[in-house]
Ligand binder design. Structure first.
Ligand code: XMP
Length: 549
């Protein structure tokens, strides 16, 4: 039985947003999150907010501009999501993308028409209309009306490649708006007024709109007047300050390290803020990759000199996993925090610890507070998303709550986390337990560990590690016949998985060079006892998932 602390979760809002920000209102487009990432890449802080966020809330957050995302609704649908009219009537610059543009038109007195017969999805070309930025007084026109296209170096009459995706389109401009661009098929592609309200019928955030980044920059810097000030240095300073405020002069914090980059960076930030009032706890479940438990201890204790309690819980976890073959059950077992809780309580007996630091990232936050009613169906339990183990009484410190993965890496690098750690592929909480298909035994774990280490080593050697989103070995429960030397073998089959992906929601199998695959297979069968066959997984996600379990 594991100890429980009888009290409820006491969650503390760990943050207030930094001053200058852009609000992205989410109307359910698959690209909403991508818009947020692109804005951050322009070094402007932004947040993805629900469609019905009020002007008052935007004021509270310090918004300097608003982006209305695309979405599946049609403005005339019953229950179609709308934007707070007060936002449109305020002085805030607004960029409406696709559905966002239609909202602008609809709510400001224009007309939206269903685009029957001329629906445009995918690549298209648009032209800036002759008198909007290419005429005699181009400079004023450019600044005033087509701020989005300023400085793109587009020759008069030349097409701009963009990614269109819409059914409806704007048929009549709202009062005060001017037509700025049309698609070759004749649909209105961009409109603007002289108060910084712009509507576009294409997606600047996707890579298929090559000049999309420049257009976003025009909106952020030119129209909204933002500065590219969201840098890792600025973030660290601000995060450290905020942690100090939250934890106070005396407060103590614990932080569980998983071996991944997020918890490590969260710990580094807290350590920078409050020094040795932070204690890290690392629980070795026996399901980590080769060499990683040792690296956690070495890096934190010796290299970074951060107080660390390391608990060897291999025997306990492996005991609990004995005989278990169901993946969700394995997840539950590894996800149980009893060893961590017990350790935290033990530390607490010595000194009062009021805070728990976690490496929750912005995508996790977006996911768990999904603005979309049809939130993606839960396919696997991802136990590390959100909240505290039930019954733990700590205030949460979540310094990464508003940052994306690539930003965490940058911050980690700036804080001195070793390169190898910073760039490590994501690793599921349950670790190798869900990559040993079937029963998890110490022997089978060891087999997988060795095979996996070869996959990673060869990828690094081929200098392909960073281009791959995630790569690993899977130990299948299949045995097959082989021949080694003069003898017949009957041994295990290992599968190699390597995927390219942006967000891990979808992924493609990596087209690794055959030579490399050959070397990996060769080494695994030669060096790992009990394996005589290696296969390469060539399914994308969907329909498969990245992990096998
Ligand atoms: P799937 O297999 O669903 O994985 O395509 C998507 C990403 O999530 C990781 N993953 C997990 N992470 N606990 C985690 O912390 C889990 O139970 C879990 N299952 C999958 C997976 O490694 C990939 O990066």
């Amino acid at each position: 039985m594991h100890p429980t602390v009888e009290a409820t979760i006491e969650e503390v809002a760990a943050t207030g947003a930094p001053r200058e920000m852009i609000a992205i209102l989410d109307y359910g487009s698959q690209y909403s999150r991508l818009i947020a990432r692109r804005v951050r890449e322009c070094r402007v802080y932004c947040e993805l907010l629900p469609a019905d966020t009020s002007l008052a809330e935007l004021r509270r957050l310090g918004a300097k501009g608003v982006i209305l995302s695309g979405g599946p609704d049609s403005v005339y649908d019953e229950g179609a999501r709308r934007v707070d009219q007060a936002i449109l009537e305020s002085e805030l610059p607004v960029l409406g993308i696709c559905y966002g543009m239609q909202l602008l038109a609809n709510q400001l007195g224009g007309r939206v028409e269903p685009q029957s017969g001329r629906r445009e999805y995918g690549p298209a070309e648009i032209r800036v209309v002759a008198d909007a930025g290419t005429g005699a007084d181009a400079a004023t026109d450019t600044a005033r009306r087509d701020g989005l296209f300023a400085g793109l170096g587009i020759a008069e009459g030349a097409g701009i490649p963009v990614w269109m995706s819409h059914g409806d389109s704007v048929g009549a401009l709202p009062p005060g708006f001017t037509e700025v661009a049309r698609s070759l098929s004749g649909a209105l592609a961009a409109m603007a007024d002289d108060r910084g309200r712009i509507g576009i019928q294409f997606h600047p955030e996707v890579s298929h709109t090559p000049q999309g980044r420049a257009m976003l920059e025009n909106f952020l810097f030119g129209v909204c007047g933002c500065a590219p000030s969201w840098t890792s240095g600025a973030f660290i300073e601000e995060a450290v300050e905020r942690i100090r405020r939250q934890v106070g002069e005396e407060g103590r914090v614990i932080c569980g390290l998983s071996g991944g980059v997020d918890s490590a960076v969260a710990a580094l930030l807290v350590h920078r803020a409050i020094g040795d009032r932070l204690t890290c706890i690392f629980v070795d479940t026996g399901c980590m990759r080769a060499g990683e438990p040792e690296q956690v201890v070495e890096t934190f204790r010796t290299h970074l000199r951060i107080p660390l309690v390391a608990v060897d819980a291999r025997t306990r976890f492996l005991g609990r996993l004995a005989g278990v073959t169901d993946p969700e059950q394995k997840r539950r077992i590894i996800g149980e925090e009893f060893v961590f809780e017990a350790e935290a309580e033990r530390l607490r007996e010595r000194e009062p610890i009021g805070f728990l630091a976690q490496g929750t990232l912005y995508p996790d936050v977006i996911e768990s507070t999904s603005h979309d009613a049809n939130a993606a169906q839960k396919i696997k339990t991802h136990h590390n998303v959100g909240g505290l183990p039930e019954g733990m009484r700590f205030a949460l410190v979540e310094p990464l709550r508003y940052v994306f993965k690539d930003e965490v890496r940058e911050v980690g690098q700036a804080l001195g986390l070793p390169e190898e750690w910073v760039w490590r592929h994501p690793f599921p909480g349950p670790g190798l337990a869900i990559r040993v298909i079937g029963e998890v035994t110490p022997e089978r774990l060891e087999t997988l560990c060795q095979a996996d280490a070869i996959v990673i080593e060869e990828l690094r050697r081929a200098e392909l590690y960073r281009q791959i989103g995630q790569a690993f070995a899977v130990l299948t429960p299949l045995q097959s016949v082989g021949v080694m030397g003069d003898g017949r073998t009957y041994a295990s089959m290992v599968a190699v998985r390597a995927v390219t992906t942006g967000d891990f929601m979808t992924a493609d199998w990596a087209r690794l060079p055959h030579e490399l695959l050959g070397r990996i297979a060769n080494r695994i069968v030669n060096e790992v006892p009990g394996v005589n066959r290696v296969v390469y997984d060539i399914t994308s996600k969907p329909p498969a998932t990245i992990e096998w379990e």
